[in-house]
Design a protein around this ligand. Sequence first.
Ligand SMILES: NC(=O)c1ccc[n+]([C@@H]2O[C@H](COP(=O)([O-])OP(=O)(O)OC[C@H]3O[C@@H](n4cnc5c(N)ncnc54)[C@H](O)[C@@H]3O)[C@@H](O)[C@H]2O)c1
Length: 303
Amino acid sequence: MRYLVTGGAGFVGSNIVLRLEKDRHDVTVIDDMSSGTFKNLTTFRGDFYPGILEEMDLISLFRGRAPFDAIIHEASITDTTVSDQVKMLQRNIGGFRRILEYASASHCRVVYASSAAVYGNNPSPQNEKQTPNPLNVYGFSKMVMDNMARRAAKELSSPVIGLRYFNVFGPGEGHKGKFASMIFQLYLQMRDGKPPRIFKWGEQGRDHVYVKDVVEANILALSAEHSGIVNIGTGIETTFNEIVDFLNKSLKLEMTPDYFDNPYDFYQNHTRASIEGARALLGYVPRFTVAEGIQDYVQYLEH
Ligand SMILES: NC(=O)c1ccc[n+]([C@@H]2O[C@H](COP(=O)([O-])OP(=O)(O)OC[C@H]3O[C@@H](n4cnc5c(N)ncnc54)[C@H](O)[C@@H]3O)[C@@H](O)[C@H]2O)c1
């Protein structure tokens, strides 16, 4: 099959690209390298179009080539603290508009990355029937993409599938610096012999999902029969204290956390994905518990 992966040099995108190539598909990547790195794709065998997606007329660009069977759209500003609202919206919404234009002209399937950020501080477990409540312009951009996808799903001949990722962690996120997962940040501190720093008293929880499960969800979405927007997580909340325990076990350490006051007026204390929708639409069942994901990840990082 022929696939286009946008944001293919990023964390999740590169994991998807490498899996698709392992499965012997023909993969083309678009990335503007604003937050991605070529280092994630050193074994890549496909074609690469550098560029800012919303500035690319995909229909002209790929005219004369066999159409893609699907687009997997991961490109996005992922720095959730960007306060330039116009830039965030132009990049995230404008880029998605390009994807939908191409899909409409070429009848190809679209699978795209949405985010748990659309839920803001909605009560846990977050489910797809909740009214979105984004707390930053990043979450707002994903909410608008979901609105566009719902409309497109009624008009396009192939499915449009949105995956609302929760907190993804795993190989390929190192380039994200302070936007890499908390699991990676805590790993770095502990590896360097520093006690892991977490907010008092470490009881806040997140639905942390291993990138291999996120890749699997994308693969399943390539053959799902219907359009839809579903959560991708584990369905389990894991506290930061538990994360430190799992890292201690995987690193064979016995570190205790350095707790400090949470400086934020507002902080989301609990997230947990309801994953019933993903099970129904995709047949998605996470294969890794957070403990297993951390063990697999630490093995990768230590070798
Ligand atoms: N990592 C997570 O925990 C998480 C959680 C929820 C949603 N998501 C979503 O998953 C997707 C992948 O995120 P990630 O963690 O891999 O982040 P990432 O920053 O590593 O990857 C994003 C990639 O998109 C590229 N990009 C950004 N804007 C672009 C544009 N306008 N044109 C072309 N390329 C562009 C970047 O250079 C980068 O390679 C994003 O859509 C993100 O919003 C991620």
